[in-house]
Ligand binder design. Sequence first.
Ligand code: ZN
Length: 65
Amino acid sequence: MSFEVHAQGAIHVFDCFSCAIHRMAPICEHCRVQIIGQGVEAEGKWYCGAHCARAEGRAGIVDRV
Ligand SMILES: [Zn+2]
């Protein structure tokens, strides 16, 4: 029971949903946690939350609601 994820023009085939999450989820640039669900992007970098973005010097970042 595999499925496909289409992202950024590429097609990724996964056997399970958790595999897909671990392959596709961005990593927080500050605390290195995998971002599953809500995250913030600043200047092409991903953070798990506004607090990590600010810790890396990204001013003016607020959590999306
Ligand atoms: Zn973080």
